[in-house]
Design a protein around this ligand. Structure first.
Ligand SMILES: [Zn+2]
Length: 419
């Protein structure tokens, strides 16, 4: 799969996950009876089954009969689901949710959800039984975006690594042979200073080499590079153009850090928090600027569900823009009198309205079967037509406008269609 394809897949997956999480968060268990299990992909399924079996027998000690039954039912349901897997879970692991939730009117309903292959690897096994489902680790994963290169250095030591979402991965380190400022007796001051500068230059080259080896192969996916260290080391390093020129262009900023060991990488990320937040929103900003330019002065912009959909069907959309905060369904109506097909977009929590055919005025009842998630509906067409989908955050003005003024859907076109 191409990088872009993989990115799209993960955007779509993130959207699917976000929806499930929103539903799960709405549920309440009437006691401590909702079970959540996070399973990393290197954990054997048989181990997990054993763990669940153990929990099942321990649940026999729960005093309240209702809670006891509910927990045991949840665990049985989870065990049933685990049967679908071979030795190990799929890549990045799985998360299982199961339990009896309040369905109103004093009744409960059994809910079981399985999420496979989250956008990032599940790092540790977790078993959680509480009055609500444990969704935070997944939510954190979904909030995670971006790939950043990290470099920390002083004149003695350097570390390079990655920031992937919220995870810091130290990769390589180096230490220098730069002598201290104190020269030994018998050395001329000039010669000592020259040797010292040479050693510093050599070390910067070594650090740059390390960073280039790591970052250059992924320079097209990198969202930015952060450089940390004391002054003037990081300034010398950046001003001296040691880094590959394409990497140099990706440097988001330089930051003071107290340490240059692995803990310095964490320091760097903490201190760069604002720059990172800006960088994340910057990508969305650029696309929206382009959209507004086309809207005002060009003819390659489209917006609104129906127009965007028509353009998508024609294959004329280059990038489909969807507001991250949009939660809408689309209902398709077939008029029984004149065969006209029309659609209405409604709030996800609203019931299905009756539609009046614009061709012949017949009232058409909406059916639940003809109702689906509006985003899924458009993404599916986009995928068939080779259109890239971008989710746009609402954390900036033009992003908010996409949601509020343009219905949450827009597109940048490959060519003008007049639609
Ligand atoms: Zn009609």
């Amino acid at each position: 799969m191409s990088q872009e394809g993989a990115q799209e897949q993960s955007d779509r997956k993130k959207y699917e996950f976000r929806k499930v999480i929103e539903d799960l968060k709405d549920y309440d268990g009437s006691g401590t009876q909702l079970v959540t299990i996070y399973i990393p992909d290197d954990r054997q399924i048989s181990d997990v089954v054993q763990h669940v079996t153990q929990e099942h027998s321990e649940a026999a000690n729960i005093k309240s009969k209702q809670t006891r039954t509910a927990v045991q039912d949840a665990l049985t349901s989870i065990k049933d689901r685990l049967r679908y897997y071979d030795t190990y879970p799929p890549d990045n692991g799985i998360v299982l949710f199961s339990g009896a939730v309040d369905s109103g009117g004093g009744r409960t309903e059994m809910v079981t959800k399985v999420l496979e292959s989250p956008p990032q690897p599940i790092e540790s096994f977790r078993y959680h039984c509480d009055s609500d489902f444990l969704t935070e680790p997944l939510e954190e994963m979904l909030a995670d975006k971006g790939l950043y290169g990290l470099i920390v250095l002083d004149r003695r030591e350097a570390n390079v690594g990655w920031l992937k979402g919220k995870r810091i991965e130290p990769v390589k380190s180096a230490s220098s042979l730069v002598p201290g400022k104190q020269r030994k007796g018998g050395q001329s001051a000039q010669r000592f200073a020259r040797l010292r500068l040479e050693a510093i230059d050599n070390f910067y080259q070594e650090v740059a080499g390390m960073a280039n080896d790591l970052f250059v192969p992924q320079r097209h996916e990198i969202d930015g590079i952060l450089v940390g260290g004391p002054s003037p080391t990081k300034d010398e390093f950046l001003d001296g153009d040691y880094l590959h020129h394409e990497l140099q262009d990706e440097v988001l900023g330089k930051f003071d850090v107290a340490y240059t060991d692995e803990s310095g990488l964490k320091d760097l990320v903490d201190n760069a928090e604002d720059a990172l937040a800006d960088a994340e929103v910057m990508k969305d900003k650029k696309v929206m600027e382009e959209f507004f330019e086309e809207l005002n002065a060009g003819d390659l912009a489209t917006y609104g569900f129906e127009q965007t959909r028509r353009n998508l069907m024609m294959g004329s959309v280059d990038r489909l823009l969807i507001s991250e905060d949009l939660r809408k369904d689309v209902i398709t109506y077939e008029c029984p009198e004149c065969d006209t097909t029309e659609r209405e977009v409604v709030d996800r929590r609203k019931s299905t309205p009756t539609h009046t055919c614009t061709e012949c005025g017949t009232d058409v009842e909406g059916s639940e079967d003809a109702r689906e998630d509006a985003i899924d509906h458009l993404i599916e067409i986009a995928e068939q037509r080779g259109t890239e989908t971008k989710f746009i955050s609402t954390d900036f003005e033009k992003g908010e406008q996409l949601l509020n003024a343009f219905g949450g859907f827009a597109g940048l076109l490959r060519y003008s269609t007049g639609v």
